[in-house]
Structure formats: structure tokens, C-alpha cells
Design a protein around this ligand. Structure first.
Ligand code: T3D
Length: 259
């Protein structure tokens, strides 16, 4: 598919890089960007050569959520319909993608852009990046998964504070709260992202997919259900060639090589 507001690059290392590319509006979502992001995620999922996805923004920002210049007049549209048709499919696709998604947090992530960041499996943040639950600042409430991800990451009390005050959370504070995986200086962002992507790309792809699905399902399960989910997942992982290679490599005292 030809992309117009998004860059899609597949590297020989098995990493697909998706760059939201509307820098003049801090990569805010218009209809085209939401459609193209969904298509790019589907392309990365369907491509066996892709083992890891990196999601980032062009220019100074990661993503500023809905494009407020293009926002429709209040009262003339259904938020529910917009969310169900444009935003929720993206978040569902990210969580269902059986490959690690690394957010390369190059700048601010606000509103639905913050939700997008939180839906990633890992976040490598520049020290100049930030997260903002900006919804309340314009009289809205969290959407696109923030109400799910935030309390699970920081607890209900802190999640309320973050969402109710709508203040910018610096990268260092986000690290302290467990909202990002690592913070690096801006000039180290590419190297740190590439290094993490290379580690995931060298991992067992099928088992990483099973792992992601397991954690997803366990997030809303009780202990007994989780034990059953783990048993099923291990049955799947242990019956594949990856476990055979992993075990053989351990016994032969070498690094495993997966497909
Ligand atoms: O359809 C629906 O509405 C339903 C879906 C809702 C989902 C949502 O995402 S609602 C939340 C929408 N997003 C926001 O409310 C964020 C609005 N932006 C901000 O709060 C701030 O701009 C930022 C915290 C993101 C960044 O602040 P700062 O001080 O670093 O930069 P700035 O000067 O405010 O913005 C820089 C430029 O980006 C500026 O353009 P200019 O003046 O240089 O030409 C600004 O207008 C533009 N920009 C930033 N965010 C948006 C945007 N343009 C359009 N839409 C934006 N969301």
C-alpha cells in the first residue's frame, strides 16, 4: 500500500520501522494516518521477515493524538463511532500482533498518542520525551486504551492524578513510574532502540508471539485461570522447533539460532 503520512521501512535485520509522518502537527492523527497505521501494522504482522516492529514519530514529537485542527464540530459526530472505527482497531491490532512492538519515544506523546505509546511492548525514551494524558485539558476523558494501561502500570491512585491533572510527565518521571523501559540521551535514541530491536529479533519469534498473547490474557485472569493459560502456552512453545534448538544450544554451550 502506498503510504502518504507514514513511513514504512523494513530493514534486513528483520525490523519494520513505522514512522508517523505529520511533523507539522506533532504527528497528530487524521483519518488517513489512522488508516495507514492500521495497514502498516497488518503488513508487519503478515510479513514473515519482520520479527520486531519499531513505532516512532517524525520530527520533534511522537504523536499528539487526535488532530485538533481537523476535529469535527462538537455535537455533529459520535465519539464512540470515531473511537470504534479509527482508534480502537489500532490498539487491538497492536496488542494482537504476535511480534514485539518497541515504541521509540522521540518526543511528546499526548492524548491518543500517549495511549499509542502505552500500547507498545517496550518504550525507549529520549530524555527530552514526555507523556501527557491531555484529554482532560480539553474536557475529555482517556481513550484508546489509556484507562486500561495506566492503572495497571502505575496503580489507580497515580493513574487518576495523571489523567485528572493532565500534566506533562517527563521521561525521567515516566521511568520512575514504570511507564517507559529506558531513558537515554537524544543522540543515543537510535542506538538504544536498534540494540533492543536486535535482541528481540534474535529471540525465538514463535515463542515471543506466544509470550505476548499469554501476558495479554493473564492481565485480566485470576491465578487459577493464569496457571491454565501458562500450561497451554507452554504446551505450544515446548512443542515447536524453537525449544529443541534452545535446549540443544544450552547443552552444546553455544548461543541458540532461531530460524
Ligand atoms: O475525534 C476525536 O476527537 C476523538 C478522539 C480523541 C482522541 C484524542 O487524542 S483527544 C486529545 C487530543 N490531543 C491533545 O489534546 C493534545 C494537544 N496538544 C498539546 O497538548 C500540546 O501541543 C502538546 C503537549 C502535544 C505539545 O506541547 P508543546 O508546548 O511542546 O508544543 P505546542 O506548541 O503546543 O505544539 C506544537 C505544534 O503542534 C503547534 O503547531 P504550531 O503552532 O507550531 O503551528 C500545535 O498546534 C501543533 N499540535 C500539537 N498538538 C496538536 C497539534 N495540532 C493539531 N492537533 C494536535 N493534537
Amino acid at each position: 500500500m502506498p503510504y502518504t503520512v507514514l513511513l514504512y521501512e523494513i530493514r534486513p535485520s528483520g525490523v519494520a520501522v513505522i514512522t508517523l509522518n505529520r511533523p507539522a502537527v506533532f504527528n497528530a492523527f487524521d483519518l488517513t494516518l489512522s488508516r495507514e497505521l492500521l495497514a502498516a501494522l497488518a503488513a508487519a504482522g503478515a510479513d514473515e521477515a519482520v520479527r520486531v516492529v519499531v513505532l516512532t514519530g517524525a520530527g520533534r514529537a511522537f504523536c499528539a493524538g487526535q488532530d485538533l485542527q481537523e476535529a469535527q464540530q462538537p455535537g455533529t459526530f459520535s465519539f464512540k463511532e470515531v473511537l470504534e472505527t479509527r482508534y480502537n482497531p489500532i490498539i487491538r491490532a497492536m496488542r494482537a500482533l504476535p511480534k514485539p512492538i518497541i515504541g521509540r519515544l522521540n518526543g511528546v506523546a499526548a492524548g491518543a498518542g500517549c495511549s499509542l505509546a502505552l500500547a507498545c511492548d517496550a518504550l525507549v525514551a529520549s530524555r527530552t520525551a514526555s507523556l501527557v494524558q491531555a484529554f482532560i485539558n480539553i474536557g475529555l476523558v482517556p481513550d484508546s486504551g489509556s484507562a486500561y494501561f495506566l492503572p495497571r502500570l502505575v496503580g489507580r491512585l497515580k493513574a487518576f492524578e495523571i489523567c485528572a491533572l493532565g500534566d506533562k510527565i517527563s521521561a525521567d518521571e515516566a521511568l520512575r513510574l514504570g511507564l517507559v523501559s529506558v531513558v537515554v540521551e537524544p543522540e543515543q535514541l537510535d542506538a538504544a532502540t536498534d540494540a533492543l530491536a536486535a535482541r528481540y529479533a534474535a529471540g525465538p519469534p514463535r515463542s515471543l508471539g506466544i509470550l505476548k498473547q499469554l501476558l495479554e490474557e493473564a492481565a485480566t485472569a485470576n491465578l487459577s485461570e493464569t496457571l491454565a493459560l501458562e500450561a497451554d502456552a507452554q504446551e505450544q512453545a515446548g512443542s515447536g522447533a524453537e525449544y529443541q534448538e534452545g535446549l540443544r544450544a544450552f547443552l552444546e554451550k553455544r548461543k541458540p539460532k532461531y530460524g
